[in-house]
Write a protein that binds this ligand. Sequence first.
Ligand code: PLP
Length: 391
Amino acid sequence: MEKDFYKIADRNNNLGTETAFTVLAKANKLASEGKDIINLGIGQPDFPTPEHIVEAGIKALKDGHHGYTQSTGIPKLREAVSNDIFRRHNVNVSPDKILIVPGGKVIIFFSAMLLGEKNKEILYPNPGFPIYESAINYSGARAIPYKLSESMGFSFSADDLLNKVNDKTSLVIINSPANPTGGVVPKKELEKLAKGLMDFPDVTLMSDEIYDQFCFGENNFTSMLTYPEIRERLIILNGWSKTYAMTGWRLGYGIFPKKLYDIAEKLAVNIHSCVNASAQFAALEALQGPQNCVTEMNNTFKRRAEIMQNSLNKIEGFSCQKPNGAFYCFPNITGTNKTSTEVQNLLLDKLGVATVAGPSFGDYGEGFLRLSCASSDESIEEATMRIKSIF
Ligand code: PLP
């Protein structure tokens, strides 16, 4: 047995994890042992990165882009992000407020490091992306969940959220379209939140907009960038992972107010120096090249979400709302009289269907299960048929 002599710092006890990766490892192991696995666990597009983007990455390598780049990202890419934001939201963002990072996830950690410490509170959505709670706890701040309820289409009421803000609150995190629920917050609630935060001038807002281009329900996507009243204390998280099926390239960006940007840049220099150079050239092509790949993916996820929702609603004990965005269904499974984790394990071990139990996304996720629609129509039909056969 390994000797337990390390003096590991206490804060590491506060780190959480992303169960989707644990499920992925288990599903891959079962598949390597010859089991027929349908993986609806991990949250990534099942499409390859579009060819023209891959070619741009290869070309960058062949052209000799092998060295470090600016820690903030290559200037052309930051300019392209700024142009993309203007094209989609009609908002001007100076490239020098845009930080290119190795994955959108980095912006969560940076935000928590910038604004979280002992005696501060950070609000985060629950059920929500588990890294929010983990990063907040790691920072030393108190993680204060706000509930996304099924009865509200997994949105929040701005009034309820604002009621949790107090003198200790340093940061509020929102995510729409949301992982794991597929919920999209209506514009009127976002507007109310932006206005309401005017009463709390020291509170920063971090809006995780990584699924912004996968929005297909009755609520259209609204970027928090469109509210000038909070621009000076707004952090935006976005990137290429989902929009352009580039999860493995590790690319993302943050938009920060200038004061926070300067510290975020220092964090970048301390932690990762810069993002892989060829990936940045691929990202440039993604933004400047044809955008029909994005529209096609959005249409596909919409169709698959409908197929999945309909099939899940035919399963005894399952009840699933229509997702309005992202690429997840989040059915209520309390009718099965089993816990979420029991159902997750049963589906993987007995049926070879990988899903993620709701509590992996926070305590309010109990009674739910996340299934990714980023899988072929046939896989979705086969998986839901397998599930139906045991309930
Ligand atoms: N934010 C949310 C809500 C996510 O679901 C994810 C990835 O699953 C991320 C951020 C991180 O994305 P990236 O792969 O670019 O780090």
